[in-house]
Design a protein around this ligand. Structure first.
Ligand SMILES: Cc1ncc(COP(=O)(O)O)c(C=O)c1O
Length: 371
């Protein structure tokens, strides 16, 4: 007896959907053809071409949980800009504040009051007192890795097999047996990743223990629950073992909460009582206006302060001209304090929760009605 999916039927259904897609989206097709003249692959960034249909859908506008394409079709957006728009597309409060800030100055390479507001709110949520801002979660991860190497004097980063932390060279490594090898598709790797990276499977405490015992590992970088290969939850006791072992071996523990910040105020760090040395966030913290951040302990702040010369700070490999710019910080401060406040803040009242639960229910009802 054969079981499973009938491949012939699947191919026929796919073909039917492709034909429907083409019939309903002539404007996207025309724009894609035109775009190919000057955009590599017809898209502004190559992975936008990784689309199941014959061409990508070109977007006209997006609001809340929906976007409308250039052919006028309303889409319920279950991808939400791959979580960059996890707070909803263009939330009103952030839009209003950003509009105002655009008029008042976009970037000055100097701090604005919003930076402190954003840092204070992140501290309150994640329990880490010191913060720095970047333009993306990728940048935040890169900077954290540099600082970790710098303050520990160790060469290697430990990541989990099949992790994703953005386009960070050190993390495009996987296991082939017990060998660290480049991940498939790793484009132009600067050095073999085995030189920079140790890889262990998620939830494997003995492997972690063996790797940390070498004394080579500057930091462990991981998501508290893996979110890029489906959702993989930690086993009971995994985080406790991870924290104990990293402390024992003088290795910094970095939680990438870029996706898992949706677990509640302070992400999994707060929800599960974790005690990382560093937390990384990004994507939706500015409602999609480019922004990332990393927060860390006072102890690490002091170690960094003691080991970095102000004179060299701008050429040391940390930062970027637009990092922490006024517009990003206006977006982050407002998104954290106004858009997410009622949903994610521990200070939320029960009435707020009820109000938002109702709004969610309404939204979910709308979602299923639209499908
Ligand atoms: C866990 C995690 N961290 C970091 C990133 C990088 O985010 P960005 O591409 O916005 O820099 C991603 C991207 O998907 C991610 O999944």
């Amino acid at each position: 007896m054969t079981t499973g999916v009938d491949a012939g039927r699947l191919a026929a259904l796919h073909q039917r959907e492709v034909e429907r897609f083409i019939a309903e989206r002539p404007q996207s097709a025309a724009m894609f053809e035109h775009a190919k003249e000057h955009l590599h692959g017809g898209v502004p960034m190559s992975w936008m071409a990784k689309w199941p249909g014959p061409y990508p859908v070109f977007v006209q506008s997006a609001h809340g949980a929906h976007f409308t394409c250039v052919d006028g079709i309303d889409h319920v957006d279950l991808c939400l800009g791959d979580t960059g728009a996890m707070v909803g597309h263009s939330p009103d409060a952030t839009v209003a504040r950003v509009r105002e800030q655009v008029e008042r100055g976009i970037t000055a390479m100097l701090p604005t009051a919003d930076a402190s507001v954003a840092a204070e709110e992140l501290s309150r949520r994640f329990g880490l007192p010191q913060w720095q801002f970047t333009l993306s979660a990728t940048d935040a991860n890169r900077h954290v890795i540099r600082y970790a190497r710098h303050v520990t004097g160790r060469a290697k980063v430990l990541v989990i097999d099949w992790c994703y932390h953005g386009t960070v060279d050190e993390t495009f490594a996987t296991l082939d047996g017990d060998q660290v090898v480049p991940r498939r598709g790793n484009i132009g790797a600067p050095v073999p990743p085995s030189e920079t990276t140790v890889v262990v499977p998620f939830n494997d405490v003995p492997a972690l223990e063996r790797a940390l015992a070498t004394g080579e590992v500057a930091c462990v970088l991981l998501e508290p629950a893996m979110t890029n290969i489906g959702i993989v939850l930690p086993d009971d006791g995994y985080h406790q073992a991870l924290r104990r072992l990293t402390r024992e071996h003088g290795t910094l523990l970095v939680m990438d909460e870029t996706h898992t910040l949706c677990a509640g105020p302070g992400g999994c760090t707060a929800a599960w009582g974790l005690e990382p040395d560093v937390v990384v966030v990004g994507k939706t913290i500015g409602a999609g206006i480019p922004a990332g951040a990393f927060g860390f302990t006072s102890e690490l702040s002091e170690r960094i302060r003691r080991s970095v010369e102000l004179e060299d700070i701008d050429v040391g490999g940390i930062g970027g001209t637009l990092a922490g710019n006024a517009l990003s910080l206006a977006a982050v401060a407002t998104t954290l304090t106004e858009v997410l406040m009622a949903l994610m803040s521990p200070a939320t009242t029960e009435a707020d929760v009820d109000r938002h639960t109702e709004a969610f229910a309404e939204c979910a009802g709308e979602l299923f009605a639209t499908q």
